[in-house]
Structures are given as structure tokens and as C-alpha cells.
Design a protein around this ligand. Structure first.
Ligand code: HEC
Ligand SMILES: [Cu+2]
Length: 410
């Protein structure tokens, strides 16, 4: 019990711990866990005590021990049996009442709070998440869309409509609410609420293919004013930097790029020490931007056909099969929560997506309705599924330009 209650160990307070709840839905579900734990724990102690007592007390130590003879065999004691049935039923009722209450509560936002609720759509793709904000309509382009980082208002219930475009995924933010599946041709939903502004980890929780384990996302809860500011900013077109714009401040030193290799982690302890503060910092325009390099990156985005899959709203890039990149520079993660969004990591992703995330559709292409494929980094033979050649190759200089461009999108 101290282990569970005290949160003494890292795994009980870690970023995906269900024991460290930050919202009412997760809290109600944790309470059910504790009720069940107490009832089953007490039952366990009673049963094991009686069993141990009987085993030790009536144990035959030698063959001439009086206990060695088989004792009188009884055939049922109605009083004991009835009371055991009664006690079991009681224990189950004791568990069932809070469980049913919590199921009811988690299913939908309480009626009296519905008016204040915010609504978003979460759509699963192999292996990333699209988020739509149906309340935020943008003239000319429709619904506000984001990817892999879901920003919500804190202290308000949020209803999340769960959809998928391909296989079954599951939407799970352990500190905010239990998981619910995203099922083809079925409209599921859940609701959650963050008590306070904060930065939370999410994870696809239903096996969905090669990169299931690294299909992650983040939830950022903001206070009401910060949320309104965020929404207003999102509704504007992507930030544009003219090629001949003056450089602000001294130019940033070029980063070192050394490919860390297949499946190398892409996360720093410094980020995790203060994720929310780091998210806030990420919203600011980077010091020492290089406008000429940004302009070159913007051209490359078109030339290298990144545009066939990705949208950058306001830059005439309107691909819809991949994460919206209109504000990718303000995200703290890339590749669906897998890598910290640093220049080195973005560079690595753009040059070697296959070494970061097995099977990802940016590398192998996105399957389209009608059996065609939106070409990715390699072409695959239709029949054998084997690579037949490269379609997109990015060298280090091109990657630097693309990184500059994408990181200017705040
Ligand atoms: C075939 C379609 C396709 C093409 C072409 C493509 N991408 Fe992608 N891109 C994707 C998909 C799909 C993902 C999501 C991958 C994942 O996380 O599993 C992605 C992810 C990304 C991300 C990370 C987004 C996030 O929020 O995690 C960036 C950045 C990106 N692509 C940049 C580029 C650049 C730059 C190019 C051109 C050199 C490019 N992409 C070309 C499909 C494509
Ligand atoms: Cu999934």
C-alpha cells in the first residue's frame, strides 16, 4: 500500500503513470482501482491467513502423528456456505457500485457541465494523430487542423470524438483519462479534463502495426487566456519570412549533424525536466534565423514533393495525407511524439525517416483509396512489396534549409 499510495517509485509518477492523475476522469478511474485493490487485498489476506493456519495446525509431521490419519470428512456446512456466498456477493456489490458510477461518469460529460465543454476530433493514422478543432473555423480553408500535439483549455471538460482512417487505434492520455479505441466505421468518444495547465503524454494503446509502440502524442493544457491566444494564432496562415528580410540578432551557429543511427533515442533529460516551460518557449520565433535559408527550404518543400502529403496553410502547400505542418516549428515533438523537435532531430527525420520509425508512411508512401500510393521516399514494387528505387533523397545541405524553413513555422 505505501508503494501505491506514496508514489515512492519513479514508475508511479512517470509521464505515463495512471497513479499520478491530473484530471477528474482519471481520478474517478483510479478510485475504482483502489476500491478493488482494497477489497481483493483484504480477501486475499483473510484467505491466506486461514489457509496458513489450517496447513500449519493440522500438518502431519511423522507417520505416527495423530494428524496423519484422514480426519472425519464433512459434506457441507450450510451456515458456512451461505455466509461465504453472502460475503462474496457483498464484496462484489461493494466493487460494483463505484465501478458503475465511474463508468457512467467517464462515458460522457456531466449534463450540468456540457455547456462549458470544448470539442475536438482525434483521428488515428498509422502512426500519428490528427486533431481537428470543429469550433475553430477558418475562412476559406475550413476546420483548424493540427497533428500530434493536442492543445486544450485546462479546467474545462473536453469531449474528444475518436475516429480512424485505417486500422484500430486507441487514444490514451494516462494522467487524464482511460483509453478508448478508435474503430473504423464507428464513432467512439471520450471526455477528459486537465485540472491545471500542464504537459501530458499520450500513446496509441491498441496494436496497430510496425510503429505502434512509437505512435505517441502530447496534450498541452492551457489556461483560458493562453488557450484563446493559441487558437487565435493557429487561425492565421503560416508565418512567412521573406528571403531578403533583415536577420534579427546574431545568426545562430550551424548545428552539428551526426546520424545517431537506427532506432537511436531522440530525447533529452533537460526537456523532460520542464516540458511545459519548454513548450511555451517553443512558441517563440527562434533567434538568429537565416531568412535566405528559410526561403530556400520553402522552395525545396515544393521541389522535393513534401507538398504532396503535407499542408502548410497559407504557403500553397495542401497535401492532406500527412501531419499538418502549418505550425510544426512550435511543436515540441516530431514523428508523433517520438523525437524532441530540435534541429538535429528534425534533420535526422528528414534525411533518414526509415531509421527513426520502422515502416513509416513518409518513407514507404501513403496508401490511397483505389489502391494507388502517394509516393514517399522510396518506390515499392506493387506485387512483391520490395523497394525498387529512391523517389526522394535529401542531402545534408537541403536538410539544413528544410529544417530552417520548418522551424520558422511558429
Ligand atoms: C508520402 C507522403 C509524404 C511525403 C512525400 C513527405 N511526408 Fe513528411 N510525413 C508523412 C507522414 C505519413 C508522416 C507521419 C509519420 C509518422 O509519424 O508515422 C510525416 C511526418 C513528417 C514530419 C513530422 C510531423 C510531426 O508532427 O510529427 C515532418 C516534419 C515531415 N514529415 C516533413 C517532411 C518533409 C520535409 C518532406 C519532404 C522532404 C516530407 N515530409 C515528405 C508523409 C509524407
Ligand atoms: Cu495506433
Amino acid at each position: 500500500m505505501p508503494l501505491f499510495l506514496g508514489g515512492w517509485f519513479q514508475w508511479l509518477t512517470g509521464p505515463q503513470s495512471t497513479f499520478d492523475t491530473h484530471g477528474p476522469v482519471a481520478k474517478s478511474q483510479l478510485d475504482v482501482f483502489y476500491v478493488t485493490l482494497w477489497v481483493t487485498g483484504i480477501t486475499f489476506v483473510i484467505v491466506v491467513s486461514i489457509l496458513s493456519y489450517a496447513t500449519l495446525k493440522f500438518k502431519a509431521r511423522k507417520t505416527d502423528d495423530p494428524h496423519a490419519a484422514i480426519p472425519h470428512q464433512g459434506h457441507g456446512n450450510p451456515l458456512i456456505e451461505l455466509s461465504l456466498i453472502g460475503l462474496s456477493v457483498l464484496a462484489l456489490v461493494f466493487i460494483a457500485v463505484p465501478t458503475l458510477k465511474s463508468i457512467w461518469y467517464s462515458y460522457d460529460i456531466p449534463a450540468e457541465r456540457k455547456e462549458n465543454a470544448y470539442e475536438v476530433n482525434a483521428i488515428g493514422y498509422q502512426w500519428w494523430f490528427k486533431f481537428e478543432y470543429p469550433k475553430e473555423q477558418i475562412d476559406g480553408t475550413g476546420t483548424l487542423v493540427a497533428a500530434n500535439e493536442l492543445v486544450i483549455p485546462a479546467g474545462r471538460p473536453v469531449r474528444i470524438n475518436l475516429r480512424t482512417t485505417d486500422v484500430i487505434h486507441s487514444f490514451w492520455v494516462p494522467k487524464l483519462a482511460g483509453k478508448v479505441d478508435m474503430i473504423p466505421n464507428r464513432g467512439n468518444h471520450l471526455w477528459l479534463e486537465a485540472d491545471q495547465p500542464g504537459y501530458f503524454w499520450g500513446q496509441c494503446a491498441e496494436y496497430c502495426g510496425e510503429s505502434h509502440a512509437v505512435m505517441r502524442f502530447r496534450v498541452i493544457a492551457l489556461d483560458e487566456a493562453a488557450f484563446a491566444t493559441w487558437v487565435a494564432r493557429q487561425k492565421t496562415p503560416a508565418r512567412s519570412v521573406a528571403a531578403d528580410a533583415p536577420v534579427t540578432g546574431s545568426p545562430a551557429a550551424p548545428y552539428e549533424f551526426k546520424n545517431p543511427g537506427r532506432n537511436a533515442p531522440g530525447w533529452s533529460a533537460e526537456f523532460d525536466a520542464a516540458p511545459f516551460a519548454n513548450w511555451e518557449k517553443q512558441q517563440n520565433v527562434n533567434a538568429g534565423e537565416n531568412p535566405a535559408l528559410i526561403a530556400q527550404g520553402r522552395q525545396l518543400f515544393q521541389q522535393k514533393t513534401c507538398v504532396s502529403c503535407h499542408t502548410v496553410r497559407g504557403h500553397d502547400f495542401n497535401g492532406t495525407t500527412a501531419p499538418d505542418l502549418t505550425r510544426v516549428g512550435a511543436r515540441t515533438t516530431i514523428a508523433a511524439g517520438l523525437l524532441e523537435n530540435t534541429p538535429e532531430n528534425l534533420h535526422r527525420w528528414i534525411v533518414h525517416p526509415d531509421e527513426v520509425k520502422p515502416g513509416n508512411k513518409m518513407f514507404v508512401g501513403v496508401p490511397m483509396t483505389g489502391g494507388t500510393t502517394m509516393a514517399g521516399y522510396i518506390n515499392l514494387d506493387k506485387d512483391t512489396g520490395k523497394p525498387t528505387g529512391h523517389n526522394i533523397v535529401i542531402n545534408d545541405d537541403e536538410a539544413r534549409a528544410l529544417v530552417s524553413y520548418l522551424h520558422s513555422l511558429k
